[in-house]
Design a protein around this ligand. Structure first.
Ligand code: NAP
Length: 328
């Protein structure tokens, strides 16, 4: 384990569109930022295929490619990139400090938090056992394995509908299972879903149990074989046969590391000042999905990353002025 100590004016934690954009702007302001990538370098877009709504590309581009370009751009303008996972932060004294799982320690005058969000799970007992064995939260990662098979998608938002449409390209049958009788997804996405002959919807149903043979079981082939569903209208329980299940019920912000250290709302999203990325700690900024539960788009995350870098620059400039004034 390395004991390296790294000092910087701007420490950026996270490597999605928010982090990379903050890095590009901070580097071009000569702030020599350090960006700690985390373990899933590139964030959520690396598990996406076609991206059609990021401006600048007339044709769809691939999510992983887009993130690679952002990485290279941030590096090219002078960002120091470090593959590490921050495991501890201290915002109580200045400069701020952080520790990485690698053993590296970081010291920073400002911190920009861009740790993003993670897929939410149903939280039922059998889920943990079957994750990776028929239960997934990423159709673009695992959909390919279900060529010619029957799959279910849980959820009723844009993600669930997108996943169902994506899976319909591989699977023989896709069933969207939603706990209510109407979808939350955009109308255009719903239209595509209802028009797709491979996709059915089961309304007013919740998943009570995953059925099948979990790893370690001695009976039959390992993996999910079905779901125990509960009808929310009449309470009836039924078994539904399926080869794979994709959970698409939203995301939670990746803010565990900052709990009790910075103000958050009850869902764990970091609170920032209005029209700003400034958090409750002066000199600490937050950008992207970690503070945004409304838009959650790559382009809005990138915009917030830009704001955070500009605000960090202004904060550092105002502190330097204050130090100079005090010395005169
Ligand atoms: P979401 O909009 O929050 O939808 C989550 C869905 O999961 C809802 O239908 C919800 O049901 C259901 N759900 C939540 N907890 C559940 C549970 N425990 N059991 C069963 N169902 C549960 O999340 P999302 O679809 O991930 O989208 C997040 C944001 O990203 C949204 O703003 C969305 O518009 C955006 N997004 C945009 C695009 C795009 O523009 N291409 C693509 C993906 C996502 P209820 O409806 O009953 O609450």
């Amino acid at each position: 384990m390395t004991k390296e100590h790294i000092s910087t004016k701007v420490l950026i934690i996270g490597s999605g569109p928010a982090g990379y954009t903050a890095a590009i702007y901070a580097a071009r302001a000569n702030l020599e930022p350090v960006l700690v990538t985390g373990m899933e370098q590139g964030g959520q877009l690396t598990i996406t295929t076609d991206v059609e709504n990021y401006p600048g590309f007339a044709e769809a581009v691939q999510g992983p490619w887009l993130m690679e370009q952002m990485y290279e751009q941030a590096k090219h303008v002078g960002t120091k990139m470090i593959t590490d996972m921050i495991s501890e932060v201290n915002f109580e004294s200045r400069p701020f400090t952080a520790k990485g799982q690698s053993g590296k320690t970081y010291e920073a005058e400002t911190v920009i938090i861009c740790t993003g969000a993670k897929a939410r799970w149903l939280g039922i007992d059998t889920e943990q056992k079957f994750r990776g064995f028929g239960v997934s939260a990423c159709a673009t990662c695992d959909g390919f394995f279900y060529r010619g098979k029957e799959v279910a998608v849980i959820g009723g938002g844009n993600s669930a509908v997108e996943e169902a449409l994506f899976l319909a390209q591989f699977a023989s049958k896709v069933t969207l299972i939603h706990r209510r009788d109407s979808l939350r997804a955009e109308k255009i996405a719903q239209d595509r879903l209802f028009e797709n002959p491979k996709i059915n919807v089961i309304w007013n149903a919740t998943v009570e149990e995953y059925l099948g043979n979990p790893p370690g079981s001695s009976e039959g082939e390992i993996g999910v074989t079905g779901l125990k569903l509960k009808d929310t209208q009449n309470g009836n329980i039924s078994d539904f046969k399926v080869d794979g299940v994709f959970v698409a019920i939203g995301h939670d912000p990746a803010t565990e590391l900052f709990k009790g250290k910075i103000d958050m709302d009850k869902e764990g999203y970091i609170l920032t000042a209005s029209d700003s990325t400034a958090t409750s700690i002066e000199g600490v900024f937050a950008a992207g999905d970690v503070k945004d539960k409304i838009y959650r788009q790559a382009v809005t995350a990138a915009g917030m990353g830009c704001m955070a870098a500009l605000e960090a620059d202004r904060y550092l400039a105002s502190r330097n002025h204050a130090v100079k004034d005090a010395a005169e």
